[in-house]
Design a protein. Sequence first.
Length: 365
Amino acid sequence: MKIAILTLPLDTNYGGILQCYALQTVLRSIGYEVQVLTRPQYERTYYIIYPLALCKRLFKRFVLGKKIAIFKAPHQIIRQYTDRFIHQYIHQYTRRIWTSQIASCFNAIIVGSDQVWRPMYYQPIEEAFLAFLGDADIKRVAYAASFGVDYCEYTEEQRKNCSSLLKRFNAVSVRESSGVQLCRKYFDTQAIQVLDPTLLLSADDYKALIKKSKTQPSKGNMLVYMIDRTKEKEELVERIAQEKGLTPFWMSSETTDEKLPLKQCIKMSVEQWLRSFDDAEFVLTDSFHGCVFSIIFRKQFLAVGNKKRGLSRFDSLLTLFSLQDRLILSPDKYKNNLSLINYNQVQGYLRFFQDQSLLFLKTSL
């Protein structure tokens, strides 16, 4: 059986890349042939659109004598290591335009995971509900699709269109408990909650990836993985590090300072990102997948919520494992009274939800 996966575009989002890798890996272990729907990246057009950038690089290379790549666009350089992982491990089906012809190449299409049903992240949102398939005869399944928030962000037109498209699905599952409510209330669809695909693999599965790659030891034992860095969060880092006698090391998700040299903006490899969790004794994060991989690697951790990015994702995940006390809504809410996480109990919950999630996949396809 041949299966296509439709998810958010693969770029430099580590959680996004790894959830896609995990779902592909699980499906292949069941016995399916799997490819991920992608679109070609037109890298060579960059210097046609921005000729001044090419002139600057030529000047630096041949006048200043700097050893730099001439024809690589900045984003190619920034994501060179994440791209390498994607090309090595993600089996892609690349087409510029997706049409109903895709149905002739696959027996089923799975939509998910990640915030693939959030309009601000996927446009046009109808495509994430497989509008391009038309009336094609093919199985349509949603696995751990996420709305990102616990309220409906759709316009009335989008809601009606997607509601109609969702009724063509053979089976629907979502990542958050709030997603179950949104499907019922706004799309008249029954959905079940399943695990993020990354939680279907074990720590050993991810450690195997680390071992296959050249990684460096982390420069500390307290991982700080922040998507939105603020002064208040920096002060929280110092406070927790002092209380616990740990050495913090930062792993930033985004580089927004355009004045930084391009070399400093290069994203670390996926394997190095994974090693950061493996090396840590404690994790402080404001990322959903930061929480996920803290759980996978059985680390003590604390999450700082971000209402704008969606708190329901954190609430839903942590509730599954009775870890609601790991979430604070702002740095000033932190109190030094966290008990140690009982990972024997967490593993019991995890095995139960893994069984449920795998059963959904097997019975839906």
